[in-house]
Design a binder for this molecule. Structure first.
Ligand code: PMP
Length: 354
């Protein structure tokens, strides 16, 4: 039986994508070869890469606006350093909204001066700081659009006159916002896009080439752009599967259509958290994430019963991160509404039993 997969990442992918990807592993387009045993320089794979890069921009409404899409390796974690290497000359601002922002700050600090424009560390990151100032002579402002661990999400895009950089690992392609407000977006593929192994970087070309350091080749966005995202052998399977997921999203009507589904799932989930006295949400209501709902039991004695019921209902991956505890329901693009219904049913059944 297929489980209801609430995993925070790597996470659920559409069944159609899994099927096509597995067929391509055995025989890619009836070529007699697997997608993972052909040259990345072959026409077949170059077409995949170009299609994936074009779709990545098109679905965010960024084509023809001076952006380039890259599929790189090293995870979003490598971008913590790579962003700073390519953009940090004197000083940059960072909005600290969680464990991943904290890590991004730590890496950038290895290169130059960093200023935390605001932080919600004082409340274990259960809210998004608002009303902060960003000096206009900073090299860039870095933010994290969705805090996977804590279940908070940036609802207002910071208004700044300097380049805006955003880690969108856990909510890219999930909501219809003005992506052209950002100058650099990065996201590990393993939540809304594909398997782990590739990181999407979307960068506005005109912000590059302004730092004085000699950037190591593999860390240099300009060189990756010049080589068509093939500076070294790309993670072919992860790129191919990401392309399939982007095609799936396009066929569904794109980001605007998936946003409606995501809103339905999140609203069902949060109304149960709010109405059921056995549960309490972790994140501040106005900052709640549409992707990751974090919550706790109000009575710890029910833990075992609740968790047994979850297993019996085929619900997987709802354990919270160790720094928050409790539960986390990750509701990425590919998670069907039926799965949220199944989880909510277990929660209300617990209430009727208690
Ligand atoms: N940023 C965010 C918001 C994340 O959720 C994660 C974890 N998936 C990362 C960065 C780190 O990603 P990776 O494991 O790909 O380095």
């Amino acid at each position: 039986m297929k489980k209801h997969n609430f995993s925070a990442g790597p996470s659920i992918l559409p069944p159609e994508v899994l099927l096509k990807a597995s067929q391509a592993i055995v025989d890619y387009n009836n070529s007699g070869l697997s997608i993972i045993e052909i040259s990345h320089r072959s026409k077949d794979f170059v077409d995949v890469m170009e299609n994936a890069r074009a779709l990545a921009l098109e679905l965010l409404g960024l084509e023809g606006k001076g952006y380039k899409a890259l599929f790189l390796q090293g995870g979003a974690s490598t971008q913590f350093l790579m962003v700073a290497m390519n953009l940090l000359e004197k000083r940059a601002g960072y909005l600290n909204t969680g464990a991943w922002s904290t890590k991004a700050i730590k890496e950038a600090k290895k290169l130059d001066d960093i200023y935390e424009v605001a932080s919600s560390a004082d409340a274990n990151f259960n809210y998004i700081p608002k009303g902060f100032d960003v000096p206009s002579d900073y090299d860039y402002l870095h933010c994290t659009s969705n805090n996977t661990i804590f279940g908070t999400q940036l609802k207002q895009i910071p208004q700044v006159d300097i380049p805006l950089v955003c880690d969108m690992s856990s909510d890219i392609y999930s909501r219809n916002i003005d992506y052209s407000k950002f100058d650099l977006i990065y996201a590990g593929a393993q939540k809304n896009m594909g398997p782990a192994g590739t990181t999407l970087v979307i960068v506005k070309e005109d912000i590059l080439g302004k730092v004085s350091r000699d950037i190591p080749s593999i860390m240099d966005y300009k060189l990756h752009i010049k080589s068509g995202s093939m500076l070294n052998t790309p993670p072919v399977f992860a790129v191919y599967t990401s392309m399939l997921t982007l095609e799936w999203l396009k066929a569904k009507g794109g980001v605007a259509a998936i946003e409606k589904e995501n809103e339905k799932k999140a609203s069902l989930m949060y109304s149960e958290i709010d109405l059921n006295p056995l549960f309490k949400g972790f994140a501040a209501k106005e900052d709640r994430s549409m992707m990751n709902a974090t919550f706790n039991l109000t009575n710890d004695n029910l833990k075992e019963t609740f968790e047994t019921m979850l297993v019996e209902a085929g619900i997987s991956g709802v354990n919270g991160h160790r720094s928050v505890g409790g539960y986390r329901a990750s509701m990425y693009n590919a998670l069907p509404l039926e799965s949220v219904k199944a989880l909510v049913e277990v929660m209300s059944e617990l209430e009727s039993k208690a």
